[in-house]
Design a protein around this ligand. Structure first.
Ligand code: 1DF
Ligand code: MN
Length: 350
């Protein structure tokens, strides 16, 4: 039975929660930056340089689908048995641009995505792209995305020019997301200039590992800086099974407490709860890229069954058999309904 045929018999929808797109205008802006050498961020040159220059089957497949918000995407969803995609601007999005271009591109991306969501309301939902370079206008765009465009959260693609969201200058973004009761999906990109060196040298800077190193650390910086004490209702969604942080819960709690007690760092002040408590109560994780039963079951066990959501990572990891791998998890129909449908509906207020 194909995944699509199984749909008729399913007791739940399959909602994929980390699905990427890019406006053609942004892709050509990136291409110009590569061609003219006007961006020297090593992660951007590595990743976007590869996707724009290499004409392999994979890069053509990905770039064609990133720019499609219609028939091609819908056909792929039908073939894999995906009922709904939550679509977001792909990495590095606007965050590699100068401030003025980033603000313009975020709005343009949001207008294009909103139009596609209006055309296919039963198949597509969207997240709001922002330009963290200008936190005030990012907050305003979060509000426009939620109130006017009908989006269900915010996408942030990792660091912005090497700066991380624990810097209080970015906190208007958290304030807006919390006030509008809308989650932030913190999606990875290639590590920042200061971190990428030895990863890039070994070819490990991309989705294979560097993404998780940078974004896992980013989540920890947000936690240890006290962001969730200041914004207790803020919801963060993290892909790739939480960028491996669930595996670290025990050690994080032990070492954080020991480090705070020793007053070793000015930047690591006491916070109200243990790191694991924020990871269980303010963070939801998705299974993007990790269709692997032991890891998914472990995360459900240590974070809770209501914290783990299904994601495909289309078009980067368009592997219909991975839908079957999720279907074959040792879960009841009710538990699979949470994984594939209800947890996403709750977190993103669908
Ligand atoms: C890749 C993977 C690129 C993921 C992505 O966005 C991405 C990749 C630029 O394989 O190069 O979102 N991913 O989430 O695993
Ligand atoms: Mn992704």
């Amino acid at each position: 039975m194909t995944n699509q045929a199984a749909g008729a018999a399913r007791a739940y929808l399959r909602i994929a929660t980390e699905e990427a797109f890019a406006p053609p205008e942004l892709i050509s802006m990136w291409r110009d930056m590569i061609d003219h050498g006007t961006c020297d961020d090593p992660g951007f040159v590595s990743m976007v340089g590869f996707y724009t220059a290499a004409r392999t089957e994979r890069t053509r497949f990905v770039f064609e689908r990133l720019q499609d918000l219609g028939d091609l995407r819908l056909a792929d969803m039908d073939a894999a048995g995906i009922d709904r995609q939550i679509i977001s601007l792909t990495a590095p999005g606007t965050q590699i641009l100068d401030t003025a271009d980033a603000v313009t591109m975020a709005r343009l991306a949001n207008d294009q995505l909103a139009e596609a969501c209006r055309a296919h309301p039963d198949r597509f939902s969207g997240l709001t792209a922002i330009a963290p370079q200008d936190p005030g206008s990012a907050a305003a765009e979060i509000e426009r995305g939620r109130r006017e465009l009908g989006f269900h959260g915010v996408i942030i693609n990792a660091h912005t020019h090497g700066e991380y969201l624990d810097d209080p200058k970015f906190w208007p973004i958290f304030e807006a997301a919390e006030a509008l009761d809308t989650p932030i999906y913190l999606h990875p990109s290639t590590p920042s200039r200061n971190m990428i060196g030895p990863l890039l040298e070994a070819g490990l800077d991309g989705a294979i590992y560097g993404f998780a190193v940078d974004t896992g650390m980013h989540v920890l910086r947000i936690i240890t800086a006290g962001v969730f004490d200041r914004f207790p209702s803020l919801r963060l969604v993290v892909g790739h099974l939480g960028e491996a942080l669930p595996f670290w819960l025990y050690r994080l709690d032990y070492m954080h407490a020991a480090t705070v007690r020793a007053r070793r760092y000015a930047t690591m002040k006491p916070i109200q709860r243990k790191p694991s408590e924020y990871l269980r109560e303010n963070v939801w994780i998705t299974s993007s890229g990790v269709a692997w039963a032991p890891a998914i079951m472990f995360c459900r066990e240590v974070l809770g069954p209501d914290r783990v959501l299904y994601a495909m990572d289309y078009p980067y990891q368009y592997v219909p058999d991975e839908v079957t791998a999720h279907e074959n998890l040792p879960l009841t129909v009710e538990e699979k309904a949470d994984l594939f449908q209800r947890n996403a509906q709750r977190v993103f207020c669908l």
